[in-house]
Design a protein around this ligand. Structure first.
Ligand code: AMP
Ligand code: MG
Length: 363
């Protein structure tokens, strides 16, 4: 007995370590064990739809379709609501009505969710030195990219439209905005699909489903997992390939939205030159730099969608700096088929098209 007490005192420290290690070992073992006894089979349920002027694909993993049918309807209804609020194609949307109802300098009342989105857009506007512009509508209208009546506008028209697209003239309050100049408009073309991803995620969280990938145009809401605890594999569109043709696969966890902006989504050609839908608000012309596409991956959909547009305008160096500053992951694909990523993606992106190659970004 005395001997035992002697040894206990002598080896008190090592014994404590062993006990602590055993305790945590047991916890980990219990954790692994609980995981391995979850034999639930999750099936994939696929739904298609339309909103925001684009096709929507929902792939949902759940125990049975009873869990997904109602969810699918809820998501569709929510996306319709948002589209009716934000669309610049629907003449009776809240956003569209502004352009023929407001007078410069006056208060224009809007739903509070729209005011919050505009506040978030203004943050991206400021952080990107105006590369992302929430008041770009007059310029995109001139190029006719949205309505399909594409044309190269005259220099005078571009100069005038540039004045009407000054984001500094947008002031946002809790439930109203003030546009300080005539002829202005607000625009969710670059963030609407990301906002839709955020709204979709909020609905998914309320349902008993294991995981989902919801593609809304260039933005993809990645949620949960398939039941295997693994990350999802998301394809990166080949900017010069057919729709769905990818240049690589990126691993993404179920808390993120993946947004891509590229010069291939909407464009026309004239005299061998490509004129696409992402306008550089400093020049009034489509952004013209070394990039073909930018993908941003982060938890907030509005941010990923807005920043992908901003980084596309900013170009590789400034875009990479901005992505790093905001601590989001990014993939830049250049016209010479090089792929640059933020550090966090170096091991998560696998290039599958041998015409493209990953390059370490050094600067
Ligand atoms: P995305 O495909 O997400 O990059 O969004 C492109 C859409 O955003 C265009 O079709 C325009 O409606 C709008 N847009 C174009 N250029 C800009 C810009 N510099 N800032 C904000 N929105 C823009
Ligand atoms: Mg965008």
């Amino acid at each position: 007995m005395v001997e035992m007490r002697y040894y206990l005192r002598k080896y008190k420290k090592p014994i404590t370590y062993v006990v602590v290690i055993l305790f945590f070992g047991l916890l980990i073992f219990a954790g692994i064990n609980t995981k391995s006894i979850d034999h639930t089979v999750y099936k994939e349920y696929v739904y298609a739809g339309n909103a925001f002027g684009t096709g929507i694909k929902k792939s949902i993993y759940a125990k049975n379709s009873g869990d997904t049918e109602d969810l699918n309807r809820k998501i569709d209804a929510e996306l319709r609501n948002l589209d009716n609020q934000l669309s610049i194609r629907k003449t009776d949307s809240e956003v569209c009505k502004i352009s023929y109802n407001y007078s410069a300098g006056g208060k224009y009342f809007l739903s509070s969710n729209i005011c919050q989105y505009l506040k978030d857009e203004l943050e991206i506007y400021k952080d990107s030195d105006g590369a992302f512009n929430p008041c770009i509508t007059k310029l995109t209208g001139l190029w006719g990219i949205e309505d399909g009546k594409t044309k190269i506008p005259g220099k005078k028209k571009i100069k005038k439209a540039l004045e009407q697209c000054n984001g500094d003239n947008l002031k946002v309050y809790k439930d109203y905005i003030v546009l300080e100049d005539e002829g202005m408009a607000i625009d969710f073309g670059a963030t609407g699909k990301g906002i839709a991803c955020d709204a979709t995620r909020a609905i998914l969280e309320k349902y008993d489903v294991k995981g989902a990938v919801i593609s809304i145009g260039g933005s993809i809401c990645v949620y949960g997992d398939k039941g295997d605890g693994e990350d999802w594999n998301i394809g990166i569109q080949n900017p010069r390939g057919k729709d769905g043709e990818t240049i690589g696969i990126v691993q993404v966890d179920g808390t993120k939205t993946v947004s891509t902006s590229g010069d291939y989504e909407k464009y026309f050609e004239s005299d061998g030159k490509r004129y696409h839908h992402i306008i550089d608000p400093r020049t009034g012309y489509p952004a013209d730099n070394e990039l073909m596409s930018v993908t941003i991956i982060c938890e907030n959909g509005l941010q990923s969608d807005g920043m992908s547009t901003a980084c596309f305008v900013l170009g590789l160096d400034k875009g990479m700096k901005y992505a790093n500053k905001k601590d989001v992951e990014a993939i830049f694909v250049t016209k010479d088929k090089k792929v640059y990523t933020t550090k966090g993606l170096q091991k998560k992106l696998r290039i599958t098209d041998n015409k493209y190659s990953w390059e370490k970004y050094e600067k």
